[in-house]
Design a protein around this ligand. Structure first.
Ligand code: URA
Length: 246
């Protein structure tokens, strides 16, 4: 996680004292005089906790106006899911935003994988999405070199042993759409997991496209390389994902 992605919770008096270069007693006086505004209202509580997204101003001068950003991107193949890379274009390069440098990626895709990638500057939000306890389901549409057979479904549901990590994968869903195409649903994200699971059948994944993370579906209006902010409705829905039933 990038440094910018970390939450920076602190008390209001400390925050104003550091930003304004005044001592905490002076901050009390400023507060009593109604000179400090937090999120649009005159602040009264000196011990109020503020974070990197709290809007704070003193005498009408903005001390901090950082806004949280939540973005969905349709990642094209041949782009790296990293904040910087010496050789290849990154998902950050695709955003063409001044503030892109403050963003981090909530769940990576491989270089040649495509589809839904979420980017944010809100570390708490991305940690919540990535937390194993949440078990947020991700859905991948895959095309395969060899035809699929029904015994794949049972193997995916039963979990597969990954020798390198020495673990068995969590139960995964497999919806066979045609002989060479399926949707895979995972509640974890091991290294190259989808490819390795099909690899156990000696079946090569030709294309891998993420279509959903939790109840958030990739907007079909986004062409490869395009992105947009999540809507308030999408943010609400993704925040309400219930914890995984063990
Ligand atoms: N599994 C993979 O193998 N690759 C990805 O990009 C995502 C999941």
């Amino acid at each position: 996680m990038s440094k910018q992605g970390r939450s920076t919770r602190t008390r209001l008096d400390r925050f104003v004292s550091e930003r304004e270069g005044v001592n905490r007693r002076d901050v009390r006086v400023m507060l009593a005089a109604g000179r400090i505004t937090v999120d649009g209202s005159v602040a009264r509580d000196i011990s109020r906790v503020v974070d990197q997204f709290t809007h704070v101003s003193v005498d009408g001068q903005v001390l901090q106006a950082n806004n949280p950003a939540y973005i969905m991107l349709n990642k094209p193949a041949g782009v790296v899911c990293a904040t910087r890379d010496a050789r290849h274009r990154t998902v950050i390069d695709l955003l063409h935003r001044k503030t892109a440098g403050s963003l981090h990626i909530a769940g990576r895709l491989d270089f040649n994988s495509t589809g839904l990638v979420l980017l944010t500057n809100d570390g708490r939000w991305s940690r919540h999405l990535a937390s194993p306890a949440q078990g947020v389901r991700k859905v991948y549409r895959v095309t395969l070199e060899n035809p699929l057979t029904p015994d794949y479904i049972e193997a995916f549901a039963g979990g597969m042993y990954l020798a390198y990590e020495g673990i068995t994968t969590r139960p995964a869903t497999l919806d066979i759409l045609s002989a060479h195409e399926a949707d895979v649903g995972l509640t974890e994200g091991r290294y190259h997991q989808v490819k390795r699971m099909f690899g156990q059948f000696r079946n090569r994944v030709l294309t891998l496209h993420r279509i959903a993370i939790g109840n958030l579906v990739l907007d079909p209006a986004l062409a490869p390389g395009e992105s947009r902010d999540l809507t308030p409705r999408e943010l609400e829905r993704i925040a309400s994902i219930p914890a995984r039933v063990p």
